[in-house]
Ligand binder design. Structure first.
Ligand code: NDP
Length: 326
């Protein structure tokens, strides 16, 4: 028997609860992992609450991230005892995920746990942190360097935002944070933000072109915020879009694109190719200060995951949540 969060949907409705499951119930896969830690990302909050149709098959164990030790493997790259890490690939959406003490997965989805990180640290980073790194790699690919000017990070006190600020600051960027939680000013400053702006400044419809300010931006909010970020980019500025915390819509004009030559880069972590994942994790090992990571992380037991998921969706969780499955 092992403990898991199970999401069910039937005539009685949509619900998530803590259950005891058996190995025989695990889905198909060529690697069985004893999971030590998982996390709560925004998407896990959506899955657990049922607020968005993240879960595609029922019953489902949520959890888009996990770290653990291989129990048994038919995959050539992995053997019993290996420490492994998983982010995305539809796990926790279409295949049972990490919020369980055991998982059976496709070995092709796994990467070795990077030596630089403990299991807790890897989950403190999780999909949110690895996505923040994908955003920074995309900015670099577009030629952005610290000397070009300020970089804006929205959803700053959340998971993607807080890791993005810590890494950008370590790389020497001048980071401006946008947050709805101005009481987190000290936290954001400590992570490396040199200025904090109220998210209310970005959430109402603005002009198609605003004052040129940002050389680059990492947006997790979408909707009107992303529109206003695009409108205030400097000539040839670069914006990465990875999130929809403020909404899925994008009520923009083409003005910043055709008059200022800005670039909007979409970021997807779920189906991101293995080679890019390995690069992102290697760069996190190099460019994320472990002390900052500790600052942004809180750890909870599996029994608290459902209540914490609700808080996360309500914007009441700061930084990252690690779920201890031991
Ligand atoms: P978190 O909940 O940790 O952070 C989101 C932050 O956004 C909040 O902390 C809050 O920051 C801000 N926010 C929340 N609601 C609103 C709102 N209504 N309007 C404006 N700002 C808001 O989530 P994550 O960091 O894990 O994820 C952020 C987004 O990125 C999510 O939409 C998630 O789905 C997406 N994502 C996408 C990935 C991809 O592959 N494309 C991978 C990972 C995440 P503050 O309080 O500072 O304002």
């Amino acid at each position: 028997m092992f403990k898991a969060i199970l999401i069910e949907k039937d005539d009685a409705g949509y619900r998530a609860s803590l259950k005891e499951l058996t190995d025989a119930e695990l889905p198909e896969g060529d690697v069985t992992v004893s999971v030590s830690h998982s996390t709560l990302n925004y998407k896990d909050g959506l899955a657990i609450s049922g607020r968005s149709p993240v879960v595609r098959k029922f019953p489902m164990v949520p959890g888009i991230d996990l770290v653990g030790t291989v129990e048994s493997s038919q995959h050539p790259n992995f053997k019993a005892g290996d420490a492994v890490l998983l982010n995305g690939w539809g796990v926790g959406e279409t295949h049972w995920g990490g919020l369980a003490q055991k998982a059976r997965l496709r070995g092709d989805w796994l990467i070795p746990l990077p030596k630089a990180f403990s299991p807790q640290q890897a989950m403190a980073i999780g999909t949110a942190g690895y996505t923040a790194m994908l955003c920074i790699l995309a900015l670099e690919r577009q030629g952005i360097t610290p000397d070009q000017g300020e970089v804006l990070v929205t959803g700053a006190a959340g998971g993607v935002g807080s890791v993005a600020i810590a890494v950008l600051a370590k790389l020497g960027y001048s980071v401006v944070a946008v947050s709805g939680r101005l009481e987190e000013r000290d936290f954001l400053t400590h992570l490396g933000a040199k200025e904090i702006l109220d998210r209310a400044e970005f959430s109402s419809p603005g002009k198609p072109l605003a004052r040129e300010r940002w050389a680059a931006a990492i947006d997790v909010v979408g909707s009107q915020t992303l529109v206003n970020v695009c409108a205030s980019m400097r000539y040839r500025g670069v914006v990465t879009a990875c999130g929809l915390a403020g909404g899925m819509d994008f009520p923009a004009t083409v003005a910043p694109f055709i008059l200022r030559g800005i670039t909007l880069v979409g970021i997807d972590s779920v189906m991101c190719p293995r080679e890019d994942r390995l690069i992102a994790w290697q760069r996190l090992a190099q460019d994320l200060d472990p002390n900052k990571l500790a600052l942004i992380t809180q750890e909870i037991p599996l029994a608290d995951a459902i209540a914490t998921a609700e808080k996360l969706l309500n914007g009441q969780v700061r930084g990252r949540v690690v779920v201890d499955l031991n």
